[in-house]
Design a protein around this ligand. Structure first.
Ligand code: AMP
Ligand code: MG
Length: 339
């Protein structure tokens, strides 16, 4: 199929395509999403085909506001409305008990559903015009780094979706924070733009799922099916180097082969300059927001090179640093060395 390129004048076209069962690439503040009408099982099924996504990995339903939660969820705890008041619209997904009108294709058969109210103005306009909840995972081929520009999404999806709406580069750059509100205490399933510190300030105790910070062992059952898959991976294997930035930079300089790729903080670019080596900057060591915006672009960029290995510096896990390190660690299959 031919993938139509849409821009902000085409919001109604995007909404009409969604209502007609089509697949539309949609800008959000986190990453580009692959959207379909979340009430149309056949349309949702095509999301899995286009991405090559395993059937047991659930999707998130995107809604215009917390007033739609009751339509699709039941037993909604007060915490959900408190989080919505503080952080919606924004990069936060809440896992809640589903109602029967949510298709099994969206939830991968779970009795819970992930709900998010996105902040990107074009995304909100499309959802409102379509007047349906939009089911959307990230717009990458399954397993690849998530797209943060329309061009990156087209690398994976051109010819596989009906249209893409270009809303410019994503302002957060990593996928939404996911918090499970069906357990006590609430549990962080995926770190993102709303930080663990912000969740704890709102809710008190919040547990962190072990899959956020380490590889699940063989035979261990992940809390959500999606957590068991290798993710965000460029084609070459990645090694993450932890420790103070000066130490990790020196470690990489000492260990990387001449043709290996490097992802480093801006300050250390000169250390790797001059050779044939492809180097991507993650942004300044002190600016984790910028690191979040750049991490997927950095990982994706190496696929246009011949590198056989990639070495990456990473920030500490405070604030949105937890999301940046989580994406790098997952891209590395949790292959981490301490400098
Ligand atoms: P993505 O496909 O990149 O947008 O990621 C969606 C994420 O949301 C996946 O990691 C899913 O496993 C997670 N998710 C969606 N719905 C649920 C749910 N009901 N329970 C737990 N995780 C969920
Ligand atoms: Mg994804």
């Amino acid at each position: 199929m031919e993938t139509k390129r849409l821009s902000q004048q085409d919001i109604q076209t995007a909404a009409d395509l969604l209502r007609a069962g089509g697949l539309v690439g949609i800008p959000t503040e986190t990453v580009y999403g692959l959207g379909a009408n979340g009430l149309d099982p056949a349309a949702v099924g095509r999301i899995f085909q286009a991405k090559g996504r395993p059937q047991d990995n659930p999707l998130i339903l995107h809604i215009p506001g917390a007033d739609w939660l009751e339509r699709y969820c039941r037993d909604i705890p007060a915490a959900a409305y408190e989080l919505a008041r503080r952080f919606w619209p924004g990069p936060l997904t809440m896992v809640l008990r589903r109602r029967d009108n949510v298709p099994d294709q969206v939830t991968a058969g779970l009795d819970t559903v992930g709900m998010r109210c996105p902040a990107h103005p074009l995304c909100r306009a499309v959802i409102q015009a379509a007047d349906v909840p939009v089911a959307a995972p990230s717009g990458n081929t399954s397993g690849r780094p998530s797209p943060t520009t329309a061009a990156h999404m087209l690398e994976d999806m051109d010819g596989r979706i009906d249209a893409i709406l270009d809303g410019g580069p994503c302002s957060v750059g990593v996928e939404s924070t996911i918090v499970d509100l069906t357990c006590t205490p609430p549990r962080l399933l995926r770190p993102g733009g709303i930080t663990l510190e912000q969740l704890r300030a709102a809710l008190g105790e919040v547990a962190v799922d072990p899959a956020v910070t380490r590889l699940m062992g063989a035979g261990e059952r992940p809390r959500a099916p999606g957590m068991k898959y290798r993710h965000y991976a460029p084609k070459a294997p990645v090694t993450v180097v932890t420790g103070a930035p000066e130490r990790s930079a020196a470690y990489i300089a000492a260990h990387a082969g001449p043709g290996d790729g490097v992802i480093c903080f801006e300050e250390f670019l000169p250390m790797y300059a001059g050779g044939a080596r492809p180097v991507m900057s993650l942004g300044p060591a002190g600016d984790k927001g910028e690191q979040a915006r750049r991490v997927f672009d950095a990982l994706r960029a190496f696929d246009h090179t011949a590198v056989s290995a990639i070495w990456a510096q990473c920030p500490d896990s405070g604030g949105i640093g937890l999301a940046v390190t989580n994406r790098l660690n997952k891209a590395a299959g949790f292959h981490i060395v301490e400098a």
